[in-house]
Design a protein around this ligand. Structure first.
Ligand code: SIN
Length: 291
């Protein structure tokens, strides 16, 4: 197995590995360290059955079943991310991190390409380490004392403010959108210990204790800053490719530029841990911080 940088700030290409085979401990440790350091692992040309996809995920951590995505038939632990040629809306077409509305947000997701369009349908990843690092010292100091409220209700709930459009059927369970969580705006990454910006446009509702107007002004500034192209990497999918992203260190955005074509992905989400302002301990064993 070789680990190669995919871009200066985001992502690692993992080559010479067949994910049908069990990982040895040194491989697992190297993958988790690279995930924590660069935010996403990319694999190509994998030929996994759904059972092998689950088995790979379970070597990383326990599976956090997403209650809002329709599962792959017969595989309740795998969420289906599907867009048919006659469907207009896509899942994940906006900057977000998965499950930030949970008290223990997911570690990350392992998205496996089953069928990709001839062109288009790329996913963009943005480094929240880079976004944090590039803030002024003054704003960093202000943000380090703040918490933000995250929610699933306005996206997935019965009273949602988003129009699902033809996502109806691909998303489900609006009654399960009861989650709100408060997280620090700047967190220490559970694996690397590095500081990162932990707010996202889809699920962060407001800065705790601030008015909506004050909060929107700050969040809008942070979102514009964090979406700067130099913090991003755009991944072009091929059949059998996998992107395994870390949900704390990155945002992601699924482009919806392939109308009239099918795109079918299988996603498994790995459980994470509650997030903290400070690193737990530089010496924490990898297995203790991955949920
Ligand atoms: C997602 O947000 O989980 C979907 C990403 C993608 O389909 O590229």
């Amino acid at each position: 197995m070789q680990l190669l940088p995919a871009s200066p700030l985001v992502g690692t290409d993992v080559v010479d590995i067949d994910l049908r085979q069990p990982l040895v401990q040194s491989q697992r440790d190297a993958l988790i360290q690279a995930l924590g350091a660069t935010g996403v692992l990319f694999f190509r040309d994998q030929t996994l059955t759904p059972e092998q996809h689950v088995a790979f995920a379970q070597q990383i951590g326990s599976i956090d079943i997403n209650r809002f995505f329709t599962p792959v038939p017969g595989h309740p632990m795998i969420a289906e991310v599907r867009k048919e040629p006659d469907q207009k809306s896509n899942i994940g077409g906006g900057w977000h991190t998965d499950h930030s509305y949970d008290t223990a947000p997911a570690l990350g997701s392992i998205l496996y390409a089953r069928e990709v369009p001839r062109v288009g349908g790329d996913t963009i990843f943005a480094s929240m380490y880079a976004a944090y690092d590039a803030l002024s010292d003054g704003l960093k100091k202000t943000l380090e004392g703040l918490d933000a409220l995250h929610s699933s209700k306005h996206v997935f709930g019965a009273g949602r403010t988003r129009d699902w459009g033809d996502l109806q059927g691909r998303l489900q369970n609006m009654g399960a959108a009861t989650q709100d969580a408060v997280h620090p705006v700047v967190v220490a990454h559970p694996i690397s210990g590095r500081k990162l910006l932990y707010v996202n446009p889809d699920f962060t509702v407001k800065i705790d204790g601030w008015s909506i107007a004050e909060s929107n002004a700050l969040l809008d500034h942070l979102y514009q800053h964090a979406a700067r192209p130099e913090f991003q990497y755009r991944f072009h999918w091929t059949d059998g490719a996998i992107a395994f992203w870390d949900n704390r260190a990155t945002w992601h955005y699924a482009l919806n530029d392939y109308q009239g074509e099918r795109r079918l992905m299988h996603r498994i989400t790995i459980a994470g841990v509650p997030l903290r302002r400070d690193a737990v301990s530089a010496a924490a064993p990898v297995s203790a911080v991955t949920g």
